[in-house]
Design a protein around this ligand. Structure first.
Ligand SMILES: Nc1nc2c(ncn2[C@@H]2O[C@H](COP(=O)(O)OP(=O)(O)OP(=O)(O)O)[C@@H](O)[C@H]2O)c(=O)[nH]1
Length: 164
């Protein structure tokens, strides 16, 4: 069956979540490295998780990336600017110009210092979306509670329906 790849960068792993994982490969949770997870959402989609601290080598994986899930920790305002800089770097990459992008605001189960609207305004998300070559969608989720994950799966399903 055809398969395509999506990548998760920065923030928190979907590994904690109740996703329907039919097969799993890569190092166990908590190890440094890149984790690969196959999910079946009508077709097989391979998710490659790249931790925030692996930013310097993210670009090695751009070539095979059909869509990008960029996870931000909505409960931690001190990480926001660094995450935003990493996001801008991804969006300006020529290799990712055709990728569809889903920005996930994670940990909405925690009491947050700022509302998601405030976070979006602080990182000037409307400007980022307007200037980016990519089609950008945003969702608010809790990987721990599973909130919003059905929508993430639907997005993946839609994006990979007719992909290479
Ligand atoms: N309350 C809450 N905690 C979460 C959620 N998602 C992840 N966590 C916790 O946040 C911590 C960090 O998650 P990790 O996935 O290990 O860390 P990370 O931010 O992805 O780290 P890198 O991949 O190296 O960037 C763990 O203790 C998770 O259990 C969430 O939605 N809510």
């Amino acid at each position: 069956a055809p398969q395509s790849e999506a990548a998760v960068g920065v923030g928190d792993s979907l590994r904690d979540s109740p996703l329907d994982e039919r097969s799993l490969s890569g190092p166990p949770l908590g190890r440094v490295g890149t984790n690969l997870t196959d999910i079946v959402a009508q077709r097989k989609i391979t998710i490659r998780e790249l931790g925030g601290c692996m930013g310097p080598i993210w670009s090695s994986y751009y070539g095979n990336c059909h869509s990008l899930l960029f996870m931000m920790d909505a409960s931690n305002p001190t990480q926001l600017s660094a995450s935003c800089v990493q996001l801008l770097g991804l969006l300006s990459s020529e290799q990712l110009a055709e990728a569809s992008v889903l920005i996930l605001f994670n940990k909405i189960d925690l009491p947050c210092y700022m509302t998601i609207e405030e976070i979006k305004s602080l990182i000037r998300l409307p400007d980022i979306t307007a200037c980016a070559k990519q089609n950008i969608t945003t969702l608010e989720i809790s990987a721990r509670k599973g909130t919003g994950l059905a929508k993430v799966l639907h997005w993946l399903q839609d994006e990979h329906r007719s992909s290479r």
